[in-house]
Design a protein around this ligand. Structure first.
Ligand SMILES: CC(C)c1ccc(C(=O)O)c(O)c1O
Ligand SMILES: [Fe+2]
Length: 298
């Protein structure tokens, strides 16, 4: 059965960090997000009109707590709840108070059993139409990527049950997934690995100069650049990866293939070779995509 709900977009990711002040400084001053609000040990940062694109919370284990997607309508969310319940994902509604803290109309959460990641689906985020970018013209939160031990099972769940479509893949090893009918080449991706873990979060910048300026800004701040600059063959984007204070990987990218809802090209089968990941020939540092767990709590 096709999942009876439609995604609008990847809305935010929530990370646990070991030192909130330090990570807040990194994502604000070096990545270029704006701090929207704080509540105790939690900070809400944005790079768009959405109420948050990144939630940071101080915790014992750095890692990814959840990935949140906006659905198109309350009817989609209601259908999603019934469907997820029937399919055994055990979704739970957030209370009105929890949804209010996130400035969304209604939300549910569930844990995808194959990789253990908590997903949130929500609707009606409070939009700030006059949002202005900081030092970097970040257009949006782009995608989140996981390392998964049981690639086939997780891919089967995301594609077979959760309405993600494969845009490109290295069969059995990497899948770039778009959140149907969102147009971007991927909002989510999985890589096969020895264990489940967080790989990276991506922010799409709207000016190639933002990638170039970031190289110098990161070097000056002694932030490790762990891959790039380069160009990815799958989405066609120009990229740069660097590490946050807990060693978790962040990506800037410029440009990405877009897909129409109907008549989209079929997924391409790509070869497992380094030039696919970077057509310019850079090689990832061993720390690339290694920092951060997929957390057991949302
Ligand atoms: C190296 C990682 C897995 C990767 C590869 C390709 C793209 C892309 O085509 O945009 C990415 O965003 C990646 O993070
Ligand atoms: Fe990426």
């Amino acid at each position: 059965m096709t999942a009876p709900f439609r995604y609008r977009r990847l809305s935010y990711v929530a990370l646990d960090v070991s030192d909130l002040e330090q990570s807040l400084g990194f994502y604000r001053d070096l990545v270029g997000l704006t701090v929207d609000r704080r509540d105790g040990d939690t900070a809400y940062l944005r790079c768009s009109e959405l109420p948050q694109n990144l939630v940071l919370r101080e915790g014992d284990t750095p890692g990814l707590a959840r990935a949140a997607f906006e659905l198109e309508s309350q009817a989609d969310l209601d259908r999603a709840y019934t469907y997820l319940d029937d399919e055994g994902f055990a979704p739970e509604w957030l209370t009105a108070e929890e949804a209010g803290e996130l400035k969304v109309g209604a939300a549910l959460r569930f844990r995808e059993p194959g990789c253990g990641l908590h997903f949130e689906f929500h609707v009606e985020p409070e939009l700030q139409d006059d949002f202005e970018a900081g030092h970097t013209a970040i257009a949006r939160l782009g995608h989140v990527v996981l390392n998964v031990a049981d690639f086939a099972t997780v891919e089967g769940s995301l594609v077979g049950k959760l309405n993600f479509l494969i845009s490109d893949h290295v069969p059995g090893k990497i899948a770039f997934l778009r959140a149907f009918p969102n147009k971007y080449h991927h909002s989510f991706a999985i890589l096969t690995g020895p264990s489940d873990g967080y790989n990276h979060v991506n922010f799409m910048v709207s000016d190639i100069d933002d990638v170039g300026r970031a190289i110098n800004r990161m070097k000056k701040a002694e932030v490790p650049i762990v891959f790039g600059p380069g160009r990815h063959e799958p989405s066609g984007s120009i990229f740069l990866y660097f590490l946050d204070p807990d060693g978790m990987t962040t990506e800037y990218s410029f440009g990405m293939e877009e897909f129409e809802e109907e008549g989209a090209r079929p997924p391409r089968e790509l070869e497992a070779k380094p030039e696919v990941l970077d057509t310019w020939g850079s090689i990832p540092d061993p720390r690339f995509g290694k920092g951060g767990a997929i957390l057991a709590h949302a």
